[in-house]
Design a protein around this ligand. Structure first.
Ligand code: NAP
Ligand code: COA
Length: 266
């Protein structure tokens, strides 16, 4: 249940990378619920079409576009296609990402590079491709980062470096593009229930109860709660915010790396 009125984004058009699953799919559906036309992009068309269908069945307008965010020409074409189909582009959400647990000493150069390419370069690529459309009437970008951007976290140096890069990119683009009427912000979620990220990254063997004790607010976050933060940032309520990263982690980062420390061994 949203705290925002349902027609908040009426007449707007949005593009969501990683919109075929998890947090990105939740954001795409919420943007549509608030009245925006929404394009979802990822590598697997089937997942994207399922999200687009859900949006259209609920009375919204959606487009499913398959491309890899590392492939700039393909991504730029998808962004241009969405802008042409909707007649404009007002909102870009960068949610596409890849992550896995791997000790730095065993991580291959290509493993590190793959995550940097998807998360950091993918975020630049989508922002760069969307720029000309957002600049027409003003617009807004929100990138999904993570607490690994600033909490030293074992087994995730690749994702931590990528997300830290995105948060710096957020501030630089916010500065460069402010005069063009483009606001650029980020949301850094903590552990969000029912997501691919949680199933890949939660320490194996630890019970839900044990893990919840590591969150000061004593529960996982929800996809809905990430959506609320994104809607706030893209709506008139966030009109004076740019270059910011909203932390949404139930206080987890206040405690440092928490359960991940036990996974280092030694
Ligand atoms: P997810 O469902 O796996 O979402 C990631 C999406 O990115 C997938 O739909 C995937 O689709 C797409 N993607 C991956 N590589 C891509 C590429 N090269 N090109 C285009 N699309 C690509 O995971 P999630 O847990 O919801 O995570 C969503 C975002 O939230 C990520 O940025 C993640 O870092 C962030 N986050 C998650 C949590 C959490 O607790 N889950 C916490 C903090 C931050 P395809 O595989 O079909 O391409
Ligand atoms: N541990 C160590 N290295 C790993 C790994 C793991 N679990 N998974 C992949 N890698 C390495 C591979 O070995 C490869 O390196 P190499 O060529 O030196 O062997 C490199 O990463 C690229 O692997 P590949 O499978 O070709 O990458 P991809 O581009 O197809 O996929 C990933 C990207 C690896 C990030 C993949 O996990 C993915 O697509 N994830 C998307 C979904 C996701 O992670 N969601 C959670 C978001 S928080």
């Amino acid at each position: 249940m949203s705290v925002f009125v349902s027609n908040l984004l009426e007449g707007k058009a949005a593009f969501v990378t990683g919109g075929g699953s998890g947090i990105g799919a939740g954001i795409a559906k919420r943007l549509a619920k608030q009245g925006a036309k929404v394009a979802v992009l990822g590598r697997k068309l089937e997942k994207l079409e399922a999200v687009a269908k859900e949006i259209t069945l609920a009375g919204g307008t959606a487009l499913a576009l398959a491309a890899d965010v590392r492939d700039y020409p393909a991504l730029e074409k998808a962004v241009n296609d969405a802008a042409a189909a909707f007649g404009r582009l007002d909102i870009l959400v960068n949610s596409a990402a890849g992550n896995f647990l791997a000790p730095a000493a065993a991580l291959s150069a290509n493993g590190f590079k793959s995550v940097i390419d998807i998360d950091l370069c993918g975020t630049f690529n989508a922002s760069r491709a969307a720029f000309q459309h957002l600049a027409k009437q003003g617009g807004t970008i929100v990138s999904i980062t993570a607490t690994q951007a600033f909490v030293a976290t074992p087994l995730q140096c690749h994702a931590g470096a990528a997300k830290a890069g995105i948060e710096k990119l957020t501030r630089d683009l916010a500065l460069e593009w402010a005069r063009m009427g483009i606001r650029v912000n980020a949301v850094a979620p903590g552990p969000i229930a029912g997501t691919e990220g949680m199933s890949r990254l939660a320490p194996p063997g630890a019970s839900d109860e044990t893990l919840r004790k590591m969150v000061p607010l004593s529960r996982w976050g929800t996809i809905d709660e990430v959506c609320e933060a994104v809607i706030f940032l893209v709506s008139p309520a966030g009109a004076y915010m740019t270059g910011a990263t909203l932390l949404l982690d139930g206080g987890t980062s206040l405690l440092g790396p928490g359960p991940f420390l036990d996974m280092m061994g030694g």
